[in-house]
Design a protein around this ligand. Structure first.
Ligand code: OGA
Ligand code: NI
Length: 414
């Protein structure tokens, strides 16, 4: 066991089998030594004394710092994960023709059984996808000085670079950096976007405009799959909101000890995720983690908390996570499609009946977010705060909800 000392001479212990004479203490991260990344305060909790993205040099360490190491019971147990043949694949081309009804049936099945599906022939141009993945990678691999000024731990910022989930509240960190920004209405936000790489604004604006058009088609299809008017969900989201993130998961020396993102549901309505060719996304289904294998030019779509409410619980906000690996870095680019802050969210009245009584009360998306941000660790799923009676709450799953940074974080004990 290696003992490290921080500035307060409090010993830190790394309980992973590295030799006594390990050079870890001497490893440098830019100007910072390893012990300035993680230290412990008087209550023995980890604190980050040096808040910086992993991609600033922490990724060069040969072992992960101890504040990234999960206790044994919370580790990803990678050997128990199964592969992705189970995730439904939906061909959106068929939405336009006589097969529309069968596509909509597939969507319904996927949303009820998994809360997840992959889509192909979605209409977003291949070149636009390719360029987006390129500028995303360039953003995280260009010299850190060109992105440093975007670093923030304030989730209300319309553009920010950050790391982990919510570094101010967490005591174990996640092996992830991210750039997150608002996208719609484009003209309100584009002037805040990164100027480096120099093509960023042009590429990302094309990208998010095409993704929005595709998402609107999907929302129509999902509405229909619930037996609602095709424009029901479109209207329910008010003026609409669209955020996107670039998740950068550097190569990690100890992937079995940590997460890129631990299990969570997304708080928005619908997430449309683009990923490079490196797998890492996993979906929980009937207590088993399923690895989603990337398919070139496809998207992974998942139901978020707001669609769970609007569908009166018929569609489930899917629990998922991202794991990291020791050989290559990974990029994913989720688009979070959401209601506008003033949109009033409530279950569709036609989906309430004696067999499926009303499950959620009425709230504005802004209220939801405020609740979301006001909470720390507790034993309730975030959506349960808006459930109308105890019988409908998700007691079965025994979830713990930590919330942060635009996510509901659930440690699932099923
Ligand atoms: C997210 C997310 C998964 C991934 O950003 O909410 O779940 O594969 N990402 O990066
Ligand atoms: Ni997510």
């Amino acid at each position: 066991m290696l003992k490290l000392s921080n500035a307060n001479t409090m010993p830190l212990e790394l309980e992973i089998g590295i030799p006594e004479a390990s050079p870890a203490l001497e490893q440098k991260v830019g100007e910072a030594k390893i012990e300035t990344i993680c230290s412990k305060d008087r209550d023995n909790s980890h604190v980050r004394s040096d808040r910086r993205p992993i991609s600033d040099g922490i990724n060069c360490l040969q072992i992960i710092p101890d504040c990234y190491i999960r206790p044994p019971s919370e580790r990803p147990r990678l050997t128990e994960v199964v592969s992705s043949d189970f995730i439904p694949l939906v061909d959106l081309d068929n939405l336009n023709g006589s097969a529309r009804h069968s596509v909509i049936r597939n969507i319904k099945h996927a949303c009820q059984q998994y809360g997840f599906f992959q889509i192909v022939n979605h209409g977003v141009q291949e070149t636009v996808i390719k360029r987006m993945l390129e500028v995303a990678r360039e953003f995280f691999t260009m010299p850190a000085k060109y992105r440093q000024h975007l670093y923030s731990e304030d989730p209300s910022r319309v553009v920010r670079l950050s790391t982990s989930f919510n570094i101010q509240k967490e005591d174990v960190f996640n092996w992830r950096d991210f750039l997150r920004h608002h996208c719609y209405p484009l003209e309100d936000y584009i002037d805040y976007w990164p100027t480096k790489p120099s093509a960023y604004r042009e590429v990302a604006s094309k990208y998010c405009t095409e993704v929005r058009a595709m998402t609107l088609r999907l929302l129509d299809a999902i509405s229909e799959s619930l037996g609602l008017e095709p424009d029901f969900l479109n209207k329910a989201l008010g003026k609409h909101g669209q955020h996107m993130a670039i998740n950068y998961y550097p190569r990690c020396p100890n992937p079995e000890l940590t997460y890129g993102l631990p299990s969570h549901t997304d708080p928005n309505a619908l997430t449309v995720l683009l990923q490079d060719q490196v797998s890492g996304l996993q979906v929980l289904n009937n207590g088993t983690w399923i690895a989603v294998q990337p398919i070139t030019n496809s998207y992974v779509v998942n139901i978020g908390d707001q669609l769970q409410v609007l569908s009166n619980g018929i569609y489930k906000s899917a629990i998922h996570r991202a794991i990291v690996n020791s050989s290559v870095s990974r990029i994913s680019i989720p688009t979070f499609y959401c209601p506008s802050p003033d949109a009033v969210i409530e279950p569709a009245s036609s989906l309430i009946n004696p067999d499926n009584p009303v499950r959620y009360g009425k709230f504005t998306y802004e209220e939801y977010y405020q609740k979301f941000w006001s909470k720390t660790l507790d034993r309730k799923a975030c959506l349960d705060y808006f459930a109308v009676n105890d019988a409908n709450k998700s007691a079965k799953d025994e979830t713990t909800c930590l919330d942060f940074n635009g996510f509901t974080l659930q440690h699932v004990t099923v």
